[in-house]
Design a protein around this ligand. Structure first.
Ligand SMILES: [Fe+2]
Length: 325
């Protein structure tokens, strides 16, 4: 499966996203994509993200057709960490977070044992201001991180601890899409997640994951984890302070550690955030834009925004570390 492994030097600055414009404005995506599939997929693996611009997409139905034309069947969204509503079929809203809040860069589901290799975003209504989906090349990110920090994570891995406490974040019933504790336990056992029910009420999960991965198609080494995203210090300062006042560290709704459970020093987290920020690239959404993201080659986030913003999301091409150890 692995072809042309490259690990040594930092990749050249790529265009992120690479803009793949319609041959003529209003070209129907449904007519164009079958013949351009191989080219679009090559561009995706080279650049990490491709923006299809100027096409007639044909609404959410047409968007689902784009997913099928490029990647095949879209996936169901499981083990949720963020609120998301289904628009239609396997097309979802992008995270329903308050507009004023930034969503930090991350790779979808990198805290799970499986994740989609390709993500699709579709601009149904652009925002008035900001609201872009910023991107960062995870190959460049890997090279930018202090080698000592990188090695520490490569050796120890990272761990996410989640406490599903009533009133904080997504309830476990929604996260696991079931009311049945035994079903949660079976799912977690299959996916390398430890389960505890402290006090018999709340659910605590612990998952140890690798921090550095090799892309299954390109063979490149990438920084692929939620260690920064889920760390309590990555939240807005007042939110972080408030949570630290309310909860003892082991009870925080979500926090990350080294893979052996040890604390990650605050200065290491600050360095990682600075590396993400330095690699962040942005573009402004236009109506009918479709953004394809290689989920392992590029991290994505969300700027705060004003005005009506509706971005539909679909995920495809599942990859599992259980099936591919
Ligand atoms: Fe995301």
């Amino acid at each position: 499966m692995t072809a042309n492994p490259t690990t040594a030097s930092a990749p050249a600055a790529t265009t992120l996203p690479f803009v793949h414009a319609a041959p003529r404005p209003g070209t129907p995506a449904a007519d164009y994509l079958p013949g351009a599939r191989a080219l679009v997929r090559r561009q995706l693996r080279e650049h990490g993200a491709v923006l299809l611009r100027g096409f007639e997409v044909g609404g959410v139905d047409g968007f689902e057709g784009v997913v099928r034309a490029v990647s095949g069947e879209p996936l169901v969204y499981a083990e949720r960490s963020s609120p998301r509503s289904a628009i239609k079929g396997q097309v979802y809203t992008s995270t329903d977070y308050p507009p004023a809040e930034e969503i930090f860069l991350h790779n979808e589901n990198s805290y799970q044992a499986d994740w989609p290799l390709t993500l699709f975003f579709y601009c149904v209504r652009p925002p008035d201001t900001l609201g872009s989906t910023p991107l960062a090349d995870t190959r460049r990110l890997y090279q930018a991180i202090d080698p000592a920090v990188r090695e520490e994570f490569a050796t120890r891995g990272w761990m996410v601890v989640r406490n599903f406490t009533e009133g904080f974040g997504v309830p476990w019933q929604q996260a696991f899409n079931t009311e049945d504790r035994a079903e949660v336990e079976r799912y977690c056992a299959r996916n390398g997640v430890e389960v505890e029910w402290p006090g018999g009420q709340t659910l605590r999960t612990r998952a140890r994951r690798e921090a550095v991965r090799r892309h299954p198609v390109t063979g490149e080494q990438v920084w692929f984890n939620h260690a920064t995203f889920f760390h309590v210090t990555t939240l807005a300062q007042e939110v972080c302070a408030g949570l630290r006042e309310l909860f003892e560290e082991p009870e925080l709704p979500t926090n990350t550690y080294y893979g052996d459970g040890a604390r990650i020093p605050d200065e290491v987290m600050a360095h990682l955030r600075a590396c993400y920020r330095a690699e962040q690239r942005r573009f402004d959404w236009q109506l009918d834009d479709v953004l394809l993201v290689d989920n392992m080659l590029a991290a994505h986030g969300r700027e705060p925004f004003s005005g009506p913003r509706r971005i539909a999301v679909a995920m495809a091409e599942p990859w599992s570390v259980v099936a591919n150890p």
